[in-house]
Ligand binder design. Structure first.
Ligand code: URA
Length: 433
């Protein structure tokens, strides 16, 4: 088999066999297939797509590239969730303690920020001492004892995805349904989940910009989950603007704390409750979604679930004083107001540009090894549908950088001001079961 022939085959839109997909994944992981040939193949996949069986074969090949975590010592149905990536997406921070509080074992495998999207591991590391490199034994112990654990992906888990993902990030080949589906599902399955809730983001801050694409991605992932006997539900949620008001790391932790105390923004609370409810149903705590939603909403409104988050911070080595006093989280030196030059309504937000601005402020990485400034971020003072006058603050930049003109201009131009009031948007677009 020659890689060049397989690139040509995909370029012509033909289907790769299981043996060919295995050859590619094994060859690239071992270093026999160079980056330039893999890049060409990834681009061909982006342009020509993959059939259902090919995508499933790619998922298996990725899983087989590394270890699978054996979590059979954990009692009960282990649930995990995965977001396809967004801006201001701090849903996992809320979901873990909330679902664990009704007795469902939550084993959350998370990643770091990538490109314009944030990562849960980075957000949690804004809490001093919070440890995310847990061993298998620590995960099992914490989940059996407290029903929750959150860990970063270990080096041995899906090495092929790690290598391919890094290449996709720099070759404009991320936004492909089969590539995202195989990447997400291989990680969830190798990490030992019995049931998976997928948060498929759609809109200007997501990799999937249209509902049609998001639906296709959601269905593809649900099909893969089912074919591997994992209970899988995909919820398509809105990402046409950042979720909640805070984008960054420390400030996103603060906002998640507000939700856990029953005083968070409506969009974030609704999405977190929806994802949590499906997780709780798949885990067997409730018979139906509506019952679960109502109960979990009550738990949030009681403000008590904050104690479960405190416990999570404690068992993973973090300083839990930040829960009662979020002012102890890293704070930026400067808070720069971005004022509107126009009057009207916020009609749309270029959310990807917001994500890039935050990354440039230091909250994300330009390069893999960059250090993060946990205090850097934005507060989206105005969101879609809000009325603005000339001179109104639409956004606040939190930064340690002295010169912020570029970020200020970038954020201002990400806000599209229109004369007419936009129609209110749904937070949840569709659910695919
Ligand atoms: N998240 C992933 O884990 N993989 C992708 O390819 C895209 C988003």
């Amino acid at each position: 088999m020659r890689m060049v022939d397989l690139i040509l085959k995909k370029k012509q839109g033909k289907e790769l066999t299981r043996a060919e997909v295995n050859f590619i994944v094994e060859g690239y992981t071992s270093g026999e297939i160079p980056d330039y040939q893999m890049s060409a193949l990834l681009m061909a996949i982006c342009c020509k797509g993959m059939k259902k069986e090919e995508t499933a074969n790619l998922t298996f090949a990725l899983i087989n590239s590394g270890e699978q975590v054996n979590l059979s010592e954990i009692k009960g149905i282990k649930v995990d969730k995965h977001s396809t990536g967004g801006v201001g997406d701090k849903v996992s921070l809320i979901v873990i303690p909330l679902v664990a509080s009704v007795g469902i074992p939550v084993v959350k495998m998370s990643g770091r920020g990538l490109g314009h999207t944030g990562g849960t591991i980075d957000k949690l590391e804004a809490i001093e001492g919070f440890k995310t490199n847990l061993s298998r034994e620590e995960i099992i112990h914490n989940v059996n004892a407290y029903k929750m654990a959150i860990a970063g992906q270990s080096a041995n888990l899906i090495p092929a995805d790690k290598k391919i993902y890094a290449l996709r990030d720099v070759t404009a080949t991320i936004d492909s349904v089969p590539l995202i589906a195989a990447s997400v599902m291989s990680k969830k399955i190798a990490a030992g989940a019995d049931a998976i809730v997928l948060d498929v983001k759609v809109g200007s801050g997501a990799f999937m910009k249209s509902l049609t694409e998001a639906r296709e991605l959601a269905q593809t992932m649900v099909d893969i989950g089912k074919s591997l006997n994992r209970k899988t539900i995909a919820v398509i949620t809105d990402m046409s603007q950042p979720l909640g008001h805070e984008v960054g790391n420390a400030n996103e932790v603060s906002e998640a704390l507000k939700v856990l105390q029953g005083r968070g923004p409506e969009d974030l609370t609704t999405v977190a409750l929806t994802i949590s409810s499906y997780m709780a149903v798949l885990g067997g705590a409730f018979k139906d979604f509506h019952k679960a939603y109502k109960e979990l909403e009550q738990i949030i409104n009681s403000g008590l679930v904050i104690n479960k988050f405190k416990q999570l911070v404690e068992i993973q080595g973090g300083n839990n004083e930040v829960i009662d006093d979020p002012g102890r989280l890293p704070q930026a030196k400067y808070h720069v107001k971005v004022e509107s030059y126009q009057e009207g309504y916020v009609g749309a937000i270029n959310t990807e540009a917001i994500g890039v601005s935050v990354m440039l402020l230091g909250a994300g990485r330009k390069r893999k090894d960059d250090l993060i400034d946990y205090s850097a971020g934005l507060t989206m003072v105005k969101k879609i549908g809000d009325k603005v006058k000339v001179g109104d603050t639409i956004c606040l930049i939190h930064t340690n950088l002295e010169n912020n003109k570029e970020s200020e201009n970038m954020v201002r131009s990400a806000y599209i001001i229109s004369d007419t009031e936009p129609t209110p948007m749904n937070y949840i677009h569709e659910v695919i079961e």
